[in-house]
Design a protein around this ligand. Structure first.
Ligand code: DCT
Ligand code: MG
Ligand code: MG
Length: 575
């Protein structure tokens, strides 16, 4: 049993108990443990089998330790099985609908027997939901709107989750000696925010042994289809994987085809027609249906056959990439290695896990030249947000650490300052004026009307001490739509006042999204890609943001934190 599988079960237990109304204290213990287990490099199963005392591990208490041992030794967790009996798993989906949440999901299930999204939709449409205490006709409308919004992402996973599964899959498949070449295609390769299934492409002279090998994967739950060249499976975590085995001479054509997007492929095929060629997943063919020699073996050759430069998968969206590829104008997309600073992160002073020094050392090891420490401000009471005096103390500590360092690495004195419900910043201007870097973000009053939210954010942009707006739409992919904000007004204000906008790289935020990044660039607004790390490993999330930026065709020049710290400081308002 992998660490992720164990963590999944603890999270499911916490989610189900939350619906049962269990205390936040207990829920937090399970969720914290799940997080610790996911981040643990060694296998928990091995540790349990070796008789290790789990309660010695950070974040794991006695009750969790017992549950993990039980799970690893018996394959089941009694407590989880018990609550699963009482609450169907699909009720968890209800809780994720915007405007529902665990409390309302519990009421819907207990009082009305609503257990699925479809039943929820019907209940709202029939006007039954409004009869529950605490619900109203307005609530029904809001729930219906919420259902629409999650419909798009219902059966999809975050790219980061797909990436985890992809890593495990490739690790297993690499031990198959018959495989000559292998690549994941589809939405995963294009770096889409969410991924429906994994599309695996394999080159092998014969498909039988490869398929047999695939079937022995420990993560496999069931084989859902097997033909001469294609095999589909479902993993124990519910992920669908399609594998196709192709001959080497078709690999490029197949990779091009199965990478998509569908719309990009339509454009590629129609361009091929204009060249008197046909392109499909088997190769490139001339008017007489004869294969163009060598043209199907690599993607470069496929594109070259129709007069195009190779197109990075992230750009294959039927936007401008064909035109760019035809005229040698494919932009040099930003890369993780271009990033020199990470400008949004938390420490143990608020809801982060590590100290300033630890974050700085981890950032150094990642090759960064500067970071900003941006803990929450006092309004965020849940995270013990900083008031002016704690903030000044933190900055004094940063000064000491910077002074003691024997290299050029620089820690900027920052703050993630909340934009208050009634507008205005959570900390006084005379404090903000002393910061190197002020992030403004909105965490409360997210359901206010459009004008009010827009005024709050634009107000923050206009504050002379604010440098940037963090996660400007507030969306959480698949869980919560963004707040209702007039982004064009925010862009206009940012452009006018020389402010920046964040691309928050945390995998469930990825906020701004690709089309908003394109819009921001058209306003000439510098983007900063930051991780919003809450622990050391969070710094690695930068790659999720980079993928998102690449889909928006951003280059290093479009992103402010690719610059050396002195140039960066000149670029921000307090230069
Ligand atoms: N494809 C295509 N034309 C089709 C169907 C598929 O060109 N009519 C290509 C493009 C995508 C690729 O096959 C894989 O198909 P899917 O897995 O359905 O698409 P995807 O882009 O990977 O999206 P998803 O995230 O939903 O899997
Ligand atoms: Mg796919
Ligand atoms: Mg597929």
């Amino acid at each position: 049993m992998t660490n992720n599988e164990i963590a999944d079960q603890l999270n499911e237990l916490a989610d189900l108990l939350e619906i049962q109304g269990e205390s936040m204290f207990k829920l937090r213990a399970y969720r914290k443990a799940a997080e610790a287990i996911e981040e643990m490099p060694a296998s928990l199963e091995d540790r349990i089998n070796a008789g290790e005392d789990l309660t010695k591990l950070d974040g794991i208490g006695k009750s969790v330790a017992e549950k993990c041992s039980e799970l690893v030794t018996t394959g089941q967790m009694k407590k989880l099985e018990e609550v699963r009996q009482k609450i169907p798993r699909s009720v968890l989906d209800l809780a994720r609908v915007p405007k529902v949440g665990p409390k309302k999901a519990a009421a819907l299930f207990n009082e009305l027997g609503i257990a699925t999204l479809e039943q929820l939709r019907q209940g709202c449409q029939a006007g039954k939901v409004r009869e529950l205490p605490g619900f109203a006709e307005k609530t029904e409308q809001a729930i219906l709107a919420g259902l629409e919004k999650i419909a798009d992402v219902a059966d999809r996973m975050l790219w980061s989750q797909a990436d985890e599964a992809a890593g495990e899959l490739l690790k297993h498949m690499r031990s198959c000696p018959e495989i000559e070449q292998m690549e994941l295609a589809g939405s995963y390769r294009r770096g889409q925010e969410t991924v429906g299934d994994l599309d695996l492409l394999v080159v092998a002279s014969s498909s039988g042994p490869v398929m047999d090998h695939f079937a022995t994967w420990g993560q496999l739950e069931s084989v859902t289809g097997r033909g001469p060249t294609k095999m589909s499976i479902r993993t124990r975590r519910g992920i669908q994987i399609d594998m196709r085995v192709v001959p080497a001479e078709s690999f490029g054509a197949a990779l091009q085809y199965f990478t998509g997007s569908k719309d990009h492929n339509v454009q590629v095929r129609s361009l091929a027609k204009k060249h008197g060629l046909k392109i499909n997943e088997y190769g490139v063919f001339d008017a007489g249906d004869q294969p163009v020699p060598g043209a199907g073996a690599t993607e470069e050759a496929v594109y070259r056959a129709i007069g195009l430069d190779w197109i990075p998968p992230e750009l294959r969206q039927a936007r401008h990439e064909i035109e760019w590829a035809a005229t040698g104008k494919i932009p040099q997309l930003i890369d993780v290695a271009d990033i020199r600073g990470d400008l949004h992160m938390h420490t143990s002073a608020t809801d982060g896990k590590n100290t300033i020094g630890e974050m700085a050392d981890a950032a150094r090891q990642r090759g960064l030249q500067y970071i900003a420490i941006t803990d929450h401000s006092k309004r965020v009471t849940m995270a013990r947000g900083l008031d002016s005096s704690r903030l000044l103390e933190q900055w004094a500590e940063i000064d000491r650490i910077n002074a003691a360092a024997n290299d050029e690495f620089r820690i900027l004195r920052g703050i993630e300052c909340d934009i208050l419900e009634n507008g205005g910043m959570d900390l006084p201007d005379d404090i903000l004026a002393q910061a190197d870097w002020v992030i403004a973000s909105l965490h409360y009053g997210q359901s206010q009307p459009r004008q009010q939210i827009t005024d709050r954010i634009v107000g923050a942009v206009r504050n002379p001490h604010v440098d940037i707006i963090a996660h400007p739409t507030g969306r959480l992919i698949g869980r919560r739509p963004g707040y209702d904000v007039d982004l064009m007004a925010v862009f206009q204000a940012a452009a006018e006042h020389g402010k920046m906008l964040e691309l928050n790289a945390s995998p469930q935020r990825l906020d701004l999204d690709d089309s908003n990044l394109i819009a921001a660039r058209s306003f000439g607004i510098p983007v900063v890609i930051s991780t919003d790390a809450h622990h050391l490993s969070g710094l690695a999330d930068i790659r999720f943001g980079i993928l998102q930026a690449r889909r928006a065709a951003l280059t290093a020049a479009d992103v402010a934190n690719t610059r050396p710290v002195h140039e960066f400081l000149q670029l921000i308002s307090r230069g």
